[in-house]
Design a binder for this molecule. Structure first.
Ligand SMILES: [Zn+2]
Ligand SMILES: [Zn+2]
Length: 350
């Protein structure tokens, strides 16, 4: 096997270089994966262009799929040629959360693509216990979107799932929002409303089964949701856009005793006007934070997600807006950052 590979290496915020590096050396419990598809996570733009990775140099990319090229001597539960995706979080297995199987809350985790080398490369090294087999119905592009499918599912499960007939509003129709729309429909939601400012994304949301689409640039979101819910507000609200406007709206469009699930990050202070804050306690709202996804043997959202993709209930393909060669990744992130591109999921392939 060759010793060098091409990879996108981040040296500093905004300094992503496509260059030749050593192929990672694997330990006894690792596999070496030949990357077939790697997607841009919402967090990657901020990570690559503004905040940087935790260590430099670092190969970003944590949503991916591929074929096993090499296995460590103890990694025998998989074999060369197996098609897989992987949970990018490497738990410490010592903290109280890891001992309860809540790896997403680990106090001292490692992470592919921000703390260790990730998948914007020809090859990536992964602990064998983090692998998830792809069913034959799930191709590499879809497999690379298992991570956002799990993040959406985890958010809904945090709030106890959806009861049949409940109204749901999803703010933001990026990949997580569109996957959330499909999960809540699959769980029996009644009216599902999606909110965004990009008409093309709303069009796809409509094709994926959303009942009502609101373009927040053209309509008043709070007014429109009230109209659609007979003046009561939604039973469940999911905030996936990560903007201060939608974070405030998420609380204003919730009915009394509603569940509000916050999945989007805030990149600046979120000021809650009195009207919004009052809504939380007068409406007895239940506000849930949700981060990453569960991977424990007792509650493995990754295995659930690939099964639902295989059966066609969760459709990931319509989320792909661009397919780009890995060598063009630096320019792609630059034009995303400069606002020159309207995109949803971008799949990079070596
Ligand atoms: Zn991510
Ligand atoms: Zn831990």
């Amino acid at each position: 096997m060759k010793e060098k590979m091409m990879a996108a290496v981040l040296y500093a915020p905004g300094d992503l270089r496509y260059e030749e590096v050593e192929i990672p050396k694997i330990g006894p419990n690792d596999v070496l994966l030949k990357v077939k598809a790697a997607g841009n996570c919402g967090s990657d733009l901020q990570r690559i262009m503004v905040e940087g990775t935790h260590v430099f140099p670092c190969i970003p990319g944590h949503e991916f799929s591929g074929e096993i090229a090499k296995i460590g001597e103890k990694a025998t539960s998989f074999k060369v040629g197996d098609r897989v995706t992987a949970y990018p979080l490497i738990p410490c297995m010592r903290c109280e959360w890891c001992l309860q199987g809540q790896y997403n809350l680990c106090e001292d985790y490692d992470y592919l693509g921000s703390r260790s080398h990730g998948a914007f490369a020809e090859y990536v090294k992964i602990p064998v216990v983090n692998l998830v087999r792809l069913p034959k119905e799930v191709d590499f592009d879809e497999g690379a979107m298992t991570d956002p499918a799990c993040v959406a599912l985890h958010g809904i499960k945090r709030a106890g799932g959806i009861k049949p007939g409940q109204s749901v509003v999803i703010l933001g129709t990026g990949p997580i929002g569109m996957l959330a729309c499909q999960w809540v429909k699959a769980m029996g939601a009644g009216k599902v409303v999606a909110v965004d400012i990009v008409e093309d994304k709303l069009k796809i949301a409509r094709e994926l089964g959303v009942d009502v689409c609101i373009n927040a640039e053209k309509e008043d979101v709070v007014e429109k949701v009230m109209e659609e819910t007979k003046g009561k507000g939604a039973d469940v609200v999911m905030e996936t856009a990560g903007s201060t406007a939608t974070q405030r709206q998420s609380l204003l469009i919730a009915r009394k005793r509603a569940k509000v699930i916050l999945i989007g990050r805030s990149y600046s202070d979120v000021l809650l006007p009195d009207e919004v804050f009052t809504r939380i306690f007068r409406g007895e709202l239940e506000v849930y934070g949700a981060v990453n996804s569960n991977f424990s043997p007792l509650d493995n959202e990754w295995k659930i997600s690939v099964q639902f993709m295989a059966s066609g209930v969760i459709k990931a393909k319509p989320l792909i807006s661009h397919r780009v060669k890995l060598k063009d990744i630096a320019e792609t992130f630059k034009s995303m950052y400069e606002g020159k591109m309207i995109y949803n999921k971008i799949i990079f392939s070596p």
